[in-house]
Ligand binder design. Structure first.
Ligand SMILES: O=P(O)(O)OC[C@H]1O[C@H](O)[C@H](O)[C@@H](O)[C@@H]1O
Length: 526
């Protein structure tokens, strides 16, 4: 049995607060720095590695973090989660997204079915459907092949799948795995749907309506928008749409769709990229085999996350270093900085994954916590970020911990050598330079040009971004966030904070307003 306690009641947390952090300007310079970069590295799945040499940790801090991991029972809590305990206390639900890609522990039965079998069956059904679309067994009414897939969804039903699609698009083109172009409609702003539809050959498109609840206003509105466009083009919407939803949602049994594929209430929206939510669009775009490789990468990383030894568990280690930075060193944000154009939407996905999970002020029993929880997450792909907000990161008054991601090789294998280096080498040179610049700084008599250094970062390094490495990368962040939620004793799997705005927006639309809300409504001409 695990016991759930607030972080500030743990004696190891009090000990951690007394340990001195590593001074990066010292430990990262000269031979010390070289040794650290070699040693402070943990292997991840799919050939990735997590390097934390440039974090403010040393043997004392790591030993204290290990004690915290033990006292907070992080490994046991993960075990309880994947063995089917009701870890999502707010909604009284199991948390089973790991089971969409593997079976880490016991068989879990819920709603009268074995859950691993349920998720696998959905994956197989999607694979069969995608294969039929690709080989022309399923066509439009004119008997022509579908060429495009358009996902309609928002939040977890958009960000993860969209980020994963963009991450693999060029890889698939290079590796003969590109089957259909994918597009995405998410915002209720009519210009989103209109712009996507205007650039889409709707007669040859399959629309994937994705909503776990089946009640999200934006998604249902965009569904109507698309149906309207299909009808105007003389097409039957039910021959162009599939649904991905939970079996209990209003969409599940509708005749409006060619087919429906399911997830369930045990998969949080932001954790649903490896379920049917990501499965449908990714299998249609790249083929089911590519989606299966992506799942394998995630499953391999999940296995590493189950290791009780923090030093061999990249997710637990990353989570604990993050807690140290947030709760002991007092840093409010974390930037995610992939040096890979393919990961351009990955930070956007992580914003939801992290901030919707751990942006909480009460513990899992609904009692206030008196320590900071989830950090603000933001990011951009490098090197673009360098020419934008890195000024604040280097010389601003807040210290922002950084999570770099970099690959030795680019996906398309097209490159050019200019001034003796390829573009890929220039990209990688920049990330190496940034890590050392942030850590070591550079003194200058002119304070405006002075770099204090001491700014922590980590880097995940891989050979190339492939379906498998992408799966491992995704699982890394999902599991890191889960472990942090355990340490903070919060429920990372509900999101009550999104409700109030929805309720008030409904009132505005029903003209049931007074006070400030009424004046804003008038100002915006509603
Ligand atoms: O998939 P749906 O039920 O349509 O939900 C879409 C999104 O909307 C909600 O408001 C939540 O904030 C998200 O966690 C969720 O991913």
């Amino acid at each position: 049995m695990v016991s759930w306690n607030n972080l500030d009641t743990l004696s190891s947390y009090k000990e951690l607060a007394d340990v001195k952090p590593a001074c990066l300007t010292e430990v990262m310079s000269g031979d010390n720095g070289a040794e650290r970069v070699k040693n402070y590295s943990v292997p991840m799945a799919a050939g990735l590695s997590y390097n934390y040499a440039s974090k403010q940790v040393n043997e004392n801090v790591l030993a204290a973090l290990e004690k915290l991991a033990d006292e907070a029972q992080l490994a046991d809590k993960f075990k309880a989660l994947y063995n089917g305990e009701v870890v999502n206390t707010g909604e009284k639900r199991l948390v089973l997204h790991h089971m969409t890609r593997g079976q880490l522990g016991d068989a879990v039965e819920a709603d009268g079915v074995d859950k691993r079998t349920f998720y696998k069956t959905q994956q197989e059904r999607i694979a069969e459907f995608a294969n039929k679309v690709h080989n022309g067994e399923i066509t439009n009414a004119a008997g022509e092949k579908f060429t495009t897939v358009v996902q309609i969804g928002i939040g977890g039903s958009d960000l993860g799948p969209r980020a994963m699609y963009i991450a693999l698009e060029n890889w698939a083109k290079k590796n003969n795995a590109f089957k259909m172009e994918a597009k995405f409609i998410s915002n209720v702003d009519p210009d989103d749907a209109a712009a996507v539809l205007a650039s889409t050959d709707v007669a040859h498109s399959i629309f994937v309506l994705v909503s776990k609840s089946g009640t999200t206003l934006e998604t249902l509105t965009n569904e109507s928008f698309v149906k309207d466009a299909l009808k105007k083009a003389g097409l039957d919407p039910s021959k162009h749409m599939i649904a991905v939803t939970s079996e209990t949602s209003p969409l599940a049994k509708s005749d409006d769709y060619l087919d429906a594929f399911f997830m369930d209430d045990y998969i949080g929206g932001r954790f649903s990229s490896t379920s049917s939510v990501g499965g449908a669009v990714l299998s249609l775009a790249f083929g089911p085999e590519v989606f299966a490789e992506f799942l394998d990468g995630a499953a391999e990383e999940d296995k590493l996350s189950a290791n009780p030894d923090m030093r061999k568990n990249p997710e637990m280690l990353d989570a604990l270093i993050g807690v140290y930075e947030r709760n002991v060193l007092g840093y409010p944000c974390t930037a995610v900085l992939p040096y890979s154009q393919a990961l351009s939407r990955f930070p956007a996905h992580l914003q939801q994954l992290d901030m919707e999970s751990n942006g909480k002020s009460v513990n899992r029993f609904g009692e206030p916590v008196t320590y900071p929880t989830g950090p603000v997450i933001f990011g951009e792909p490098g090197t673009n970020g360098q020419h934008s907000f890195y000024q604040l990161l280097h010389q601003g008054t807040d210290i922002v911990p950084l999570q770099f991601i970099g690959f030795k090789n680019n996906q398309l294998e097209t490159d050019v050598t200019i001034q003796d280096s390829t573009s890929q080498q220039k990209l990688c040179a920049n990330v190496a330079a940034q890590i050392v610049a942030f850590a070591c700084g550079k003194s200058d008599e002119n304070l405006n040009k002075n770099f204090k250094g001491g700014r922590p970062s980590s880097i995940i390094i891989g050979d190339k971004l492939t379906p498998k490495t992408l799966g491992a990368l995704l699982a890394h962040f999902e599991n890191k966030i889960m472990f942090q939620g355990f340490v903070w004793n919060i429920n990372s799997f509900d999101q009550e904070g999104v409700q109030l705005g929805k309720v008030l927006a409904k009132k505005v639309l029903a003209h049931d307003t007074d006070g400030a809300l009424k004046v804003y409504s008038d100002l915006l001409n509603i």
